[in-house]
Ligand binder design. Structure first.
Ligand code: MSP
Length: 673
C-alpha cells in the first residue's frame, strides 16, 4: 500500500435538478462516501465529486412552470441537493454544477479537441427522443413510448454536430480486453461488450431545439447535448483543461446506477479517446432500490425520502441498511419493516448491546479502567483464541485472504464485509454469555479470568469500531471515544490493526447508548408521518423553500419569505397571532429538532411543536412569553399533533431560530396586529 499519499478520485453521478433526492440517489452518494472513508483509512488522498446536471428541456419546462428564469431555478435546486448532502454528512469534496463556468469551458475545450482530431462533423438527425430521459431512442418508431420510462417519445429533426462513435468500436473492445476490471460487476461488462460488438452508430452531441444548454462557441444556436455536457463534469470538477495540475485525473472510479452504465462505459471513454485524454480506470454499476418492485418516481408516488428515516433512526442506521441488505450491484426492495427490523436486530440488540454490556461491566468490576489481559489465565483457559483469530482474519489486509473485511471493501462487497464484522459481534456476545463475567466477579480467585474476558471483549470492540467505521462513521466514533481512544477514528489506518493495541489502564466511558431500541410499529408510523409531511407540506404553513436547511426547522418556525410580493391588510388580518406563555416543554424521541410545548394562549392551553430543539433547552422556555399563530389548521409533526405555530426569526444561512420577546409586560392572549 502507498508510502506517499497516492491519489484516489471517485465520483457519484451528477443528479438532475428537476426533483429532490430520494433514497435511490442517497444510496449512490452513501456508497461513494463509504469508499471515500475506506480509502482514506488506507492512506490515500481521496477526492469525491458529486454535483448537479442542470441543462436540458426538462429544466426549461420546470422553470417555466415555476415562473422563474432557468438560472434561478437550478441555483435553488442545486443548493437544495448540496444542503441535503451536507445535512446527511455525505457532502462531495467537490460539488460540480453543469452551469459552473469551469465546466462550460471544459465542455467547449473537449469538443474542440474531438473536432481537431477529426471525430466531429455536422449532419442532420431525425429521431425519436425522450425528453424525460434526455436521450434519443435508437430503433424507435414515431408514436412509440420510451422503453425506459414508458412516456411518449417525440419526433425530433434537427441539424446536429455528430461524434464519430462508430470509429471507436475496435478501440473500445480492445480497451475492455486490456482492462478487464473497467466495467463492474462482470454481468454488466458482458452486456456492454455485446452491445459494442453489435456495432456503434455515430452520436449527435449538439441540439438546436434546446435553448438551455452550453453554447457551441461560434455555432449558436447549437448547444451541447446533455451527455456530452454531463459526463464532462467529472473532469471539470478536478481542473478541466488544467487537470494535470491537480493530478486526480483519470478518475479511479465512477459509481453509477445500472441505467446509465452505457453512457459511462461507451460514450465517455470514446469522447476521451477522441480527445486523446486519459480514460477512467473503473465504472461500477449498482442496482436500484425498488419500492413495491417498481423504480421510485415522484409521479408513481412511491418515493422514499432519506430525512424522515434519519430523523427517526439516525444516518448510520440508514447507511447500514442500504449497504447490508442488498448485495452491491443487484436490485433490492426497500421496506420500512425491513429497515426497522435490521436496526433493532443488528444495531440495537447487536453492536449497541454488546458495547453497552462490555463497557458497563468494565465500569462495574474495574472502576471504568480497561484491565490488563491476564496472560496466564488466557493460556490456562485456552482463552478466546477464536475471537482474536477471527478479529485478526477480518483485519487482514493481504488481498489473498478471502475472509478479510478490507478485501471485501476493496471489492465493493459491502454487504459481505458487514456480515463478516457481525460474525465477530455475535462471537464476542456468545463468549460473554458463556463466560458469565457477573458470575466470575463473585470469586476473587477468578479475577484474572474476569480481566481477560473483559479486555478481550473491549479489544474486539476496538477492532469492530475501526472495521465498521466507513459504513457507520458517527456511531463508531462515539464507540471509539467510549473505549477511551484519543485522536480521530478517520485517521486510523484500517490495515494496521494489531490485536493488543488497546492499552490496559485506559479509562472508558459510557455516556450514551449507540442505538436505542425502537418499537417497530411506532417507528414506522413516525417515519411515514414525517415523509408524508415532507412530500405534501400542509397548505396553511409556509412551504419550505427548496434551500430550506431542514424540514424540522422550517416546519414550525416562520421562514423569511423569498418572494417580496405585497399583500393587502386584509390578507395579513387573516393571520391571528397572540401572545402565548409556554407552560411545559419536552423533547420528542426520534426528532432531534422538535420540542413539544404546551402554551397558554389566553383562551385555552394548546399543544404546539416547534423546530427549536437544537437551540433552546426545554427548561429555559418555561414561563416565557412568545408570539403564536393561533389559527393555523392543526397538523402532525413527526407524528405529534401541533395546534398553532411559534413565531421566530430565522437567522443566518442555517436558519437558526430566535424566539420573539416583549420588552414590556404583556397579557397572555393579547393579539398582535
Ligand atoms: N444526470 C444523470 C447522470 C449524469 S452522470 C454524468 C442522471 N441523473 S438522475 O438523477 O436521474 O440519476 C442519478 C443516479 O441515481 C443514477 O445513477 C440512477 O441510477 C440513480 N438512481 C435513481 N433512482 C434510483 C433508485 N431507485 N435506486 C438506486 N439508484 C437509483 O441519470
Amino acid at each position: 500500500m502507498p508510502e506517499k499519499k497516492e491519489k484516489f478520485y471517485l465520483t457519484t453521478p451528477i443528479y438532475y435538478t428537476n426533483g429532490l433526492p430520494h433514497i435511490g440517489h442517497t444510496y449512490a452518494t452513501v456508497v461513494a462516501d463509504v469508499i471515500r472513508r475506506y480509502k482514506r483509512m488506507r492512506g490515500y488522498d481521496v477526492v469525491m465529486t458529486t454535483g448537479t446536471d442542470e441543462h436540458g428541456v426538462n429544466v426549461e419546462r420546470a422553470a417555466k412552470k415555476a415562473g422563474v428564469p432557468e438560472s434561478e431555478f437550478v441555483a435553488k435546486m442545486a443548493e437544495a441537493w448540496r444542503a441535503l448532502w451536507d445535512e446527511l454528512g455525505i457532502p462531495g469534496d467537490e460539488f460540480i454544477r453543469t452551469t459552473d463556468i469551469t465546466h462550460v469551458r471544459t465542455v467547449q475545450w473537449l469538443f474542440k479537441l474531438c473536432r481537431e482530431n477529426g471525430y466531429v462533423y455536422k449532419g442532420h438527425y431525425t429521431g425519436q427522443y425522450c425528453i424525460y430521459d434526455n436521450a434519443f431512442v435508437n430503433d424507435a418508431k414515431p408514436g412509440d413510448n420510451c422503453p425506459d420510462c414508458g412516456r411518449p417519445l417525440e419526433t425530433v429533426t434537427e441539424e446536429n454536430y455528430f461524434f464519430k462513435l462508430s470509429s471507436f468500436q475496435k478501440p473500445l473492445l480492445d480497451f475492455y480486453k486490456k482492462n478487464p476490471d473497467f466495467i463492474q460487476p462482470d454481468t454488466r461488462r458482458n452486456e456492454i461488450i455485446s452491445f459494442v460488438e453489435g456495432g456503434l452508430k455515430d452520436l449527435s452531441i449538439t441540439r438546436t431545439t434546446i435553448r438551455w444548454g452550453i453554447p457551441v462557441p461560434g455555432e449558436e444556436p447549437h448547444v451541447f447535448y446533455v451527455w456530452f455536457d454531463a459526463l464532462t463534469a467529472y473532469l471539470s470538477a478536478v481542473g478541466g483543461p488544467e487537470y494535470e495540475k491537480r493530478g486526480y485525473w483519470p478518475a479511479d472510479l465512477h459509481l453509477v446506477g445500472k441505467d446509465i452504465i452505457r453512457f459511462h462505459t461507451v460514450y465517455w471513454p470514446a469522447f476521451l479517446m477522441a480527445a486523446m485524454l486519459p480514460v477512467p480506470k473503473q465504472v461500477w454499476a449498482h442496482g436500484w432500490f425498488l419500492m413495491d418492485a417498481a423504480k421510485m418516481s415522484k409521479s408513481k408516488g412511491n418515493v422514499v425520502l432519506p430525512r424522515p428515516i434519519v430523523n427517526m433512526l439516525g444516518m448510520d442506521a440508514l447507511r447500514y441498511f442500504l449497504l447490508r441488505d442488498v448485495v452491491f450491484g443487484q436490485d433490492g426492495n426497500f421496506s420500512y419493516d425491513a429497515l426497522v427490523t435490521r436496526y433493532n436486530s443488528d444495531l440495537a440488540n447487536g453492536l449497541g448491546n454488546l458495547a453497552s454490556r462490555t463497557l458497563t461491566m468494565i465500569e462495574k468490576y474495574f472502576g471504568g479502567i480497561v484491565p490488563a489481559a491476564d496472560a496466564a489465565a488466557e493460556i490456562q483457559e485456552g482463552f478466546w483464541g477464536d475471537v482474536k483469530g477471527l478479529a485478526q482474519a477480518l483485519a487482514q489486509s493481504d488481498q489473498a485472504v478471502g475472509s478479510s473485511v478490507i478485501w471485501r471493501y476493496e471489492k465493493c462487497n459491502f454487504s459481505n464485509a458487514l456480515e463478516a464484522i457481525w460474525t465477530l459481534v455475535a462471537l464476542v456476545d456468545a463468549n460473554l454469555s458463556s463466560w458469565k463475567p457477573w458470575a466470575l466477579a463473585e470469586y476473587p480467585g477468578k479475577r484474572g479470568i474476569l480481566a481477560a474476558v473483559l479486555y478481550n471483549a473491549a479489544e474486539a470492540l476496538r477492532f469492530i469500531a475501526v472495521l465498521a467505521h466507513p459504513v457507520l462513521p458517527d456511531s463508531t466514533a462515539v464507540l471509539w471515544k467510549q473505549l477511551g481512544q484519543t485522536g480521530r477514528l478517520d485517521d486510523v489506518r484500517i490495515d494496521q490493526l494489531n490485536w493488543g493495541q488497546l492499552k490496559a489502564g485506559t479509562t472508558i466511558s459510557r455516556d450514551k447508548s449507540l442505538f436505542p431500541r425502537v418499537d417497530k410499529t411506532e417507528a414506522i408510523e413516525r417515519i411515514e408521518a414525517m415523509a408524508n409531511e415532507e412530500l405534501n407540506p400542509p397548505k396553511a404553513a409556509p412551504a419550505p423553500a427548496p434551500s430550506a436547511p431542514a424540514a424540522g426547522a422550517s416546519a414550525a418556525v416562520a421562514v423569511a419569505p423569498t418572494v417580496s410580493d405585497k399583500i393587502g391588510i386584509e390578507d395579513f388580518a387573516k393571520v391571528e397571532m397572540r401572545v402565548g406563555q409556554i407552560k411545559t416543554a419536552e423533547r420528542i424521541v426520534g426528532a432531534d429538532k422538535l420540542l413539544k410545548l404546551t402554551v397558554d394562549i389566553g383562551t385555552e392551553i394548546r399543544q404546539i411543536c416547534a423546530g427549536i430543539a437544537q437551540y433552546y433547552e426545554p427548561e429555559s422556555l418555561i414561563g416565557r412569553k412568545v408570539a403564536v399563530v393561533v389559527n393555523l389548521a392543526p397538523r402532525k409533526l413527526r407524528g405529534v399533533e401541533s395546534n398553532g405555530m411559534i413565531v421566530a426569526a430565522s437567522v443566518g444561512p442555517e436558519g437558526r431560530p430566535v424566539l420573539t420577546a416583549f420588552l414590556e409586560e404583556v397579557e397572555v392572549g393579547a393579539r398582535l396586529k
